[in-house]
Design a protein around this ligand. Sequence first.
Ligand SMILES: [Zn+2]
Length: 475
Amino acid sequence: MLRRLTPVGFHENDSLVANVRIRLFALSCVEVAMTRSVALFSNAIALLLVLSLISSARAQSTTSAVETAHQAILADPKVTKTLDDIKADDARTFEEQKRIAEIPAPPFKEKARADYFLKRFQDLGFKDASMDAEGNVIALRKGSVGKPKLVISAHLDTVFPEGTDITVKEKDGVIRAPGIGDDARGLAALLSVLRALNANEIKTVGDVMFVGTVGEEELGNLRGVKALFRDHKDIDGFISVDGLQITRIVNQATGSHRYEMIFKGPGGHSFQEFGLPSAIHAMGRAIAKISDLQTPSDPKTTFTVGTVRGGTSVNAIAGEARMAVDMRSNSTEELLKLEARLLDLVREAANEENKRWDSDKITVEINLIGDRPAGIIAQDSPIIQATRRAVTAVTRAPSVSFAGSSTDSNVAMSLGVPAVTLGGGGEGGNWHSLNEWYKPTDAYLGPQNVLLTMLVLSGLEDVTQPVLQTRQPRR
Ligand SMILES: [Zn+2]
C-alpha cells in the first residue's frame, strides 16, 4: 500500500483516527453551547471506536496471514533444502559477482553487461529470456496460477564512465573494484536464487519476473524501471536487490528533482561596460534566495545548489553562469511545493538583476536533469511484513531498521505498487567511488532473504497462497 504523504510509522489507521479526532474537536467547539452537543459527541466517539476497531482488525488479519504463510514455508523440507543450497552456492555466487563487476556498464552503455546477464538467464533454462527496447533483461518464471506477478530486480548500470579500471583486486579477503557491491552483488544474488529454485523444482503460485534493469544510477533517472512499468501494467509487487545490509529494509522512496539553471547576459568589459547586468550576479541573487528556503524535517525535504560554474575572466561582466540544484523529499507533495517555490525564486532573481541595471538582457534557462518520484510503503503492508519475517528468520537479528533511499523501487512506490529494496548480502563501502570495497561475510544471507520473501509473497504450490494481492492492471 502506498503512504505517499505520511511519514513512516504513521499508518492509514492513525490518519483516519486523527482525522476523526480533528473533526470531533471542531464539532465540540461549535456545539458546546447547544443542548444536542452531548449526543453528537457520543455518536462521534462511537463512530471513532468502530472505525479504529475495523482498521486494527484488518491490520491483524494481514499480520496473521503473513505469519501463517511464513511459518508454513519455513517448515517445508523443500524450502529448507533450497535455503541450504543457496548457502552451499555461496562461493560460486561470489565468483559470479566478481565476473559481473568486470564487465563494463557505464551509464547509458550497459549493453555488454546486459548481454552477459541475458546469457546467464538462458543458461539457467529461460529460453524466452529477452532484452526489452530500453535495455532491461527479463526472465519470466511462471507460477502455477500466474497471479500475482512479482518482480525481483537488480540494476545493471554503474556510475563509472567508459575506460574506468574495473579490474577486481583482492587482498586479505577484501575485494576492491568499482561497482563490486553496487550492484554486481544484487545481480549475482538473483542468479543464485534462480539456480536454487530450479535445482529444487520450486513452483510458486504467482509469476515471478527476474529483471536486470538499466539506468538506475544518476542521470539514468530510473529509465529502465520506468520502461518496465510502462510495458507491464500487471505488476503486483516489486523487489529491488540493491545495497548489501539485510537488516536495513528500504520501504521509503526518496524522490528527487534536479535542475541545471543557465543564466545568460550580454557580457562585457568590467570597467568600460560597467552598467550591464551580470549572469553571475543574477545567479548569486538566486543562490542567496534559495539558501533561505525553509523545508520540513518530517517528511524530510532538502535542497542544495550542488555545483556552480561561470564567467570568463576576473575583469569581465559574466555573460554566462550555470548551477545544478538538487531537491529531495520522501513526500511528493513537499517536493513539488519546494520545486515551485525554488523555480519562482530563480526567475525573481533574474528579474531583480535586470531591474538593478534597467535592462532586460538577463535570461535564465531552466532544465530538469533529474526526476525520481517519491513514495512510502507502510510497515504493516504484506510486502514489508513478509520481508521483516524473512530477514529475522535468515539473520536471527533481534531487530530490523527501516530506511529511505533512492532506488528502482521509487517508481513502483510512486505508482502505489507494493515494493521494497533488500540488501544482497556481505559487507562493503565507498559506494560510487573507485575505492569501492566488498567482503563476502555471510553473503548467502542476501539471496536466502530474497528467496523467503519471494515465496511468502508469491505463494508455494500445494503449501501456501500468495500474500501479495493481485491488483487491477494499471492504465
Ligand atoms: Zn545501486
